[in-house]
Design a protein around this ligand. Structure first.
Ligand code: SF4
Length: 496
């Protein structure tokens, strides 16, 4: 920092353990702080959410200082986010902003800091049927392991990326690439990952809010249900237009004539034989290998999952529809005199039924959720007694937000939060080369509760005392609660 009189050539940044020496006109290793004429400044603007109906605006859109009249509380009630707020280090120092304001007659305070998260990562949900790797397969970026494939959810594949093991537990390159991968994903940029072992790699381009690109092909639709569910949902649409329907699915392939839905609609047996493991009537597992073909299987010709028809039951001329879980692939067949299915022109009404499946599918997108643990050191910037903050959060006396977006706080010990990066202002995240991710976190509570948990009450400033050279004002995002609203807190519920 400047020390009056003669300015030193380099100043020391004390905002993180790296402790950069920064020359005049230069920025530190993280590009978040700079030496401006001997003063250490935070380069990004402090982001303030105005309580309006507008969507968040892109970063840097509102940065021209000449357009700012210095009053950060003009307009509606503001919420001071931690984006651009800066970090204090070591941990006993109070958070950079501890701001109070009156909210419906209640003195509220928000404690704001850009947390340095060594324990953090992202959970990625990729809406697709296509096979992108087996559970526990390693996910790599630039050849470095950054995470793994986790469970498949309904219509989606899940990745777990980052975490302290990759950030600190491997090589220097692994930590660096993991950190830059998390930073890009959290700031809504596209990242190309490679999943699986040599010879079986699958490339996926992930970007929050955008369709995944799998091995160069952009995904289109997310299934409305598994093969069995599709039979249940659409059985009535097919009735009288076809004798048999098979919805091909890597997980649960459905067969109309055997399925309970078909039984209840009096669909007679067709003598069909499905290769795969029968689970319950009309529901088959493992009809093929996982892949990028029909319904997330590796097949391009659906007839490969059929065995010979039972000649005691099957009739020449039997009409068969085979369709994938998203309705994007379909084929119409009729049994010939040898009881072999032959491809025919799809009747118009059946095509409409297939189109109905596709119509009921949602657009495929990638969702990126930041997950991090607000450790004792971060909590120490809020109170000298960090465990009291944890208790206050658990008792719904303190509301946790990240860049103004409501954070889901995991049950159990500590303050482990999860938040959708699309709900946060753009460019909310930074990094330090330790390596760790820098993410905004705000704790909002009544002033009286802040005093009880041992907060730095002497550091509280009224919101109208705040002045900052550069401020970015963004509108409140539609689906997010106002962090200061009484309905977030147990005391308001007790009062009601
Ligand atoms: S990495 Fe950034 S925050 Fe850390 S000391 Fe250097 S300039 Fe400061």
């Amino acid at each position: 920092m400047a020390d009056g009189g003669v300015k030193p050539k380099k100043i020391r940044c004390d905002a993180c353990p790296v402790m950069c020496y920064i020359a005049d006109g230069k920025s530190g290793a993280c590009d978040r702080y700079a030496n401006q004429g001997g003063d250490l400044i935070r380069l990004d603007a402090l982001t303030i959410i105005q309580n309006t109906d507008h969507k968040l605006v892109p970063f840097l859109q509102n940065l021209d200082p000449s357009e700012w009249d210095g009053n950060i509380i003009n307009g509606n009630r503001p919420f001071i986010t931690a984006v651009g707020a800066g970090t204090t280090y070591p941990d006993y120092k109070p958070a950079p902003f501890i701001v109070s304001q009156d909210v419906q007659g209640v003195d509220m305070v928000t404690v704001v800091t850009e947390g340095i998260f060594s324990y953090c990562g992202v959970k990625v949900k990729i809406d697709t049927d296509r096979h992108i790797g087996h559970e526990s397969d390693i996910v790599r970026v630039s050849g470095e392991p950054v995470g793994h494939v986790t469970t498949t959810e309904y219509g989606s594949k899940m990745l777990s990326l980052g975490g302290v093991e990759h950030l600190t537990g491997g090589s220097k390159a692994e930590g660096r690439i993991t950190c830059s991968t998390l930073l890009s994903l959290c700031n809504r940029e596209a990242v190309e990952v490679v999943i699986g072992e040599e010879g079986h790699e699958i490339t996926v381009v992930i970007q929050a809010g955008k369709a995944p690109v799998i091995d160069g092909i952009e995904e289109n639709l997310m299934r409305v249900g598994c093969g069995s569910a599709a039979i249940g949902m659409f059985a009535k649409q097919w009735l009288n237009h076809v004798d048999e329907v098979i919805v091909v699915d890597d997980h649960i392939t459905g067969v109309l004539s055997e399925h309970e839905a078909g039984k209840q609609l009096d669909v007679p047996p067709t003598g069909i034989k499905i290769k795969g493991r029968r689970s319950t009537p009309g529901r088959y597992f493992q009809v093929a290998e996982p892949g990028t073909g029909w319904g997330g299987t590796d097949i391009e010709d659906p007839l490969t999952i059929l065995g010979p028809f039972n000649p005691k039951v099957a009739q020449p001329g039997t009409r068969i529809l085979m369709v994938s879980t998203t309705g994007e692939q379909s084929g119409y067949y009729e049994l010939d005199k040898n009881l072999e299915p032959k491809l025919k022109q799809m009747p118009q009404k059946l095509q409409a039924a297939s189109d109905l499946i596709a119509e009921n599918c949602e657009p495929s997108i990638c969702s990126v959720l930041f997950m991090g643990g607000a450790g004792g050191s971060l909590r120490a910037g809020v109170t000298e007694n960090p465990v009291r903050l944890t208790r206050s959060v658990k008792n719904a006396l303190t509301f946790v937000s990240c860049g103004g977006a409501e954070a889901y706080v995991w049950p159990g010990g500590g303050i482990t939060v999860m938040v959708d990066v699309l709900d946060m202002p753009t460019n909310s995240f930074g990094y330090v080369p330790t390596p760790a991710l820098v993410a905004p976190i705000e704790f909002t509570m009544r002033v009286e509760d802040y005093a009880i948990l041992g907060g730095y009450t002497q550091e509280i400033k009224s919101v109208d005392q705040l002045s900052r050279e550069r401020v970015r004002t963004v509108g409140k995002i539609e689906n997010q609660p106002d962090p200061m609203h009484p309905s977030n807190f147990s005391w308001a519920k007790d009062r009601a």
